[in-house]
Design a protein around this ligand. Structure first.
Ligand SMILES: [Ca+2]
Ligand SMILES: [Ca+2]
Length: 479
């Protein structure tokens, strides 16, 4: 089996917390950078950016600003910040002949022209496919704040890097013993090895996309089963950790899942102020979603996304998609590893101001006409846009869950929809990006093929749209 899915899930968040009280950032990061998965810590896939192209052609290069080569499989999602574009991939198009073989790679490109700037590579874990599946690469979408970048490697290590690498001629610390210090190499600040420090056993791949709140960085651990798909080697390891963004020191961890992991844990956390409390929301390997007080890790609530009569793996699902926080509610779909194929799914709006086991009390609505999904919701103008893995793209009322329309993509959807300036962009496994009109009436505006499967999500930043297929990163802009 194969886990590319993992990657998509990863999202990042960012937040503009300067000095003073922590403030919630609006879902829309504005017309500038896209510094994390989802653009903002609440992970809602929306942007008010104007003037993005609704048609392009990768063959004739119409509205193609630049294209950069990636490895052979790329499952993360790009992050755009500080004049750079950062993306995870594998090492099947090696940039440095001295760093060959199967590796996970984080690549940095110049935003203006796609010039390769630097990379950090990671050889595969010696323990092999159980923890680090061959050729899956880096599936975490980086988080950038200022000149610092955070991501999770294929080895389950949380990294903090200098976004300038060694281009600036300076080796930033505390970590200063890098072996590779050329102008195309990464400058590490600190690292936190989750397998060593908190005993995690990532199932197939560590993939979480970091999110930040105040001084804390939150990541999911991907702790899961071993290859037997029965044993859980590390039932005491956390599902989520918080580390200090400056030092990389562990601040808190939680293991409410214990030994009830159905498979792996590949969701990525979101953060927002809910009912006046700053919460981290994390979907975990038992199919439950949990909310924590961000600064302390105190568990506030938990919600089972599966009917009590469901049975793994036929009807009970794990949660791979990222929770979205919007107006005191958490929106999330459940599903399974794409290798498990299609099946029944569930989508919820959860009232996250409730406390304790809120499986019953927290249901705002339950939409059960969705199939298994690994996608993250986009919420704009009272409407929810959520695709499922079977390729059905649903538009729901954000208040009631009533379905306004569904569109059949006739191809699996791994990525998430993004709403930009009244249009909705969504890619599929056939390699198509479909642009639809946002709204209660279904209207397809255009369909463009990217030449190979699109597993990620289109990312808007600085008047361009960044789209990955399996092995290339495109910057699209109206010429
Ligand atoms: Ca540096
Ligand atoms: Ca350094």
């Amino acid at each position: 089996m194969n886990l590319r899915n993992i990657f998509l899930l990863t999202l990042l968040l960012a937040l503009a917390v300067a000095a003073g009280p922590v403030r919630v950032v609006a879902s829309d990061p504005g017309g500038g950078d896209w510094p994390m998965w989802g653009g903002t810590p609440d992970r809602n896939m929306v942007s008010s950016m104007k003037g993005l192209p609704t048609d392009w052609d990768v063959k004739t290069k119409k509205n193609v600003k630049w294209v950069a080569a990636l490895g052979s499989q790329s499952y993360g999602n790009p992050t755009v910040a500080g004049g750079m574009v950062f993306v995870g991939t594998n090492n099947e198009a090696p940039r440095d002949p001295n760093q060959g073989g199967d590796r996970g790679v984080l690549m940095a490109f110049r935003e203006s022209d796609g010039e390769f700037m630097w990379q950090q590579t990671h050889v595969k874990l010696e323990s092999g496919r159980a923890n680090d599946w061959p050729f899956q690469g880096v599936a975490s979408s980086p988080l950038v704040e200022g000149e610092r970048l955070y991501y999770v490697s294929n080895r389950g290590v949380v990294w903090c890097l200098d976004i300038k690498g060694f281009h600036d001629g300076e080796n930033d610390g505390p970590l200063k013993d890098e072996k590779l210090t050329g102008p195309k190499d990464a400058d590490a600040i600190w690292s936190f090895d989750m397998m060593e420090e908190v005993g995690t056993y990532p199932h197939n791949l560590a993939n979480s996309s970091p999110v930040m709140w105040g001084d804390l960085i939150f990541v999911g651990t991907s702790n899961g089963q071993d290859e037997s798909h029965v044993n859980i080697p590390s039932p005491r390891a956390p599902a989520i950790i918080a580390v200090n963004k400056t030092t990389g020191e562990l601040v808190w961890e939680d293991n409410s899942v214990e030994d009830r992991i159905l498979h792996g844990q590949w969701s990525t956390p979101a953060v927002g102020r809910i009912g006046g409390v700053d919460q981290v929301v994390s979907a975990q390997g038992d199919g439950w979603v949990r909310g924590y007080e961000a600064t302390t890790g105190k568990k506030l609530w938990e919600f089972d996304t599966n009917p009590k009569t469901s049975v793994w793996p036929r009807t009970r699902n794990e949660v791979i998609s990222t929770p979205v926080i919007f107006e005191d509610r958490v929106y999330i779909a459940n599903g399974q590893d794409p290798e498990h194929g299609e099946g029944v799914g569930h989508f919820y709006a959860i009232d996250a101001t409730k406390r304790g086991d809120i499986t019953e009390s927290g249901v705002v609505f339950h939409f059960d006409k969705i199939r298994r999904s690994i996608s993250t919701a986009a919420i704009a103008d009272g409407l929810i846009y959520i695709p499922d893995f079977s390729g059905f793209f649903h538009c729901l009322d954000a208040r009631t869950g009533e379905e306004y329309w569904v569109h059949d993509f006739t191809s699996a959807v791994w990525g998430s929809a993004i709403v930009v300036d009244g249009k909705v962009y969504l890619g599929n496994e056939d390699g198509d990006i479909v642009v639809l009109q946002a709204g209660k009436e279904k209207k397809v505006i255009s369909t463009m093929n990217m030449g190979s499967a699109v597993y990620g999500t289109a990312v808007p930043a600085n008047n361009a749209l960044f789209v990955m297929n399996r092995n290339q990163l495109y910057a699209l802009a109206v010429k």
